[in-house]
Structure formats: C-alpha cells, structure tokens
Design a protein. Structure first.
Length: 215
C-alpha cells in the first residue's frame, strides 16, 4: 500500500482485496458444511423450534396465551460481534409484538456465518500494511454490513427447510394454532419474509402457501 494513501483509499483497497464478493467463495464452504452436517443442523433447528412451541402450548393449557398466529425467526445482531449467529424463534398470539408471554428458542446458524467470522478475524492480521489508517473498529463495521448477505442465505435455506420439517415438530402439532398462521424470518422486530402460510379455505380443505412475500 502506498504511504500516501489516505484513510478512505485504504478502506477501499482493503474492501476490494479482501472483502468484495468473498461470499461467493464462502458459499461453497457453506454448502459443503450443510451437506456434511445436515442431520445435525436440522435436529438443532427442530429442538429450538419445538422449545418455542412447547412454551406456547403449555401457556395455552392454562389460558395464558391465545392461538399461535405468528412464528418469527429473527437474527440476533448483538450476538454477531461475539462470533455467534443466533436466530431467535418466537411464537406470538394475535397480539403480535404486544404479546408479553415470552415463548422462544434460539437456533445457532454457525455453519452459515463461520466462514465470514473466520475471514474477518484473519483480516485483522492484515491491518499492519495500512499504517493504522484502518482499525479493528472498521473490521467490526464490515462484519455488520457483510452479515446481510449471510442472513439472506440463511433465509433462503429456511424457506426450503421450515415447511419440510414442520411435520416432525411434535409441539408445533400440539400447539393451538390460528387458521392463518404465518412463519416469518427477518431481523429482530424488523422487515421480514414469509416462509410458510397456513390458510383454511373451507371446513375440510387446508392450503399451504409458501413464498417470500415481504411484509
């Protein structure tokens, strides 16, 4: 790097050399890890999903919670800076975010985010060549920006995985559910995408709509 390079130029150089489009390389690692650990990954997701549904079902039995109307799967950004990729799975009744009965489980999507975490940690070792024009705080900000791509990859996996795994969830089947229950994924109490929509069209027929409709 030229000693005459200013801070912005140094940042641009680092991003171009070590950050831009690196997710494409990481995607192959993620797919390989998912194939290797698929049963373990799906079991961990089901355990967290079942935990949230179990808490909801138990409260319903005592009249402490209404029918499940929304199940929200959200990225916990606060964990990202700790090198963790936690997704909180929450069950809400008709009160939505005003539902004060906390029914939640946490799924760790480590296999998707670990390549990003490892690459950014290694990047800190490259800072010396930038003559202190780029700092560890800059790397932390890059992680916050880059994780959006990995979060998108997670949502794409959930679109395929959630409808397929629902029949294996004992507590989802036991929980009292709305006829129009929706399962959504996004960031915590922020914009979300539809993963699953159960809609009753008549007394005897139930349709399931799967998609990525933004709310």
């Amino acid at each position: 790097m030229s000693v005459l390079m200013n801070r912005q130029a140094a940042l641009d150089d680092l991003v171009e050399r070590f950050v831009m489009n690196q997710w494409i390389t990481d995607l192959a690692l993620i797919e390989s890890e998912y194939e290797r650990r698929q049963a373990e990954i799906e079991s961990a997701f089901l355990a967290a999903f079942d935990e949230a549904c179990k808490q909801s079902a138990m409260l319903q039995q005592t009249g402490g919670k209404g029918k499940a109307v929304y199940i929200y799967i959200s990225l916990l950004r606060t964990q990202v800076m700790e090198g963790r990729a936690g997704y909180r799975i929450e069950v809400y009744d008709e009160n939505w975010f005003m539902d004060r009965q906390d029914c939640a489980g946490v799924w760790e999507a480590d296999f998707i985010f670990q390549p990003l975490f490892a690459r950014m940690e290694a990047l800190k070792g490259q800072l010396g060549q930038y003559a202190r024009k780029v700092t560890v705080m800059d790397i932390d900000q890059m992680i916050q920006l880059e994780l959006i791509t990995y979060h998108t990859l997670t949502i794409e996996l959930l679109k395929e995985m959630v409808p397929r795994l629902l029949p294996r969830s004992e507590w989802f089947e036991s929980m009292v559910r709305s006829d129009a229950l929706k399962i959504l994924a996004g960031e915590y109490r922020d914009a979300s995408e539809l993963l699953y929509h159960c809609r009753v069209t008549d007394e005897n027929r139930q349709t399931q709509e799967l998609g990525a409709d933004a709310l």
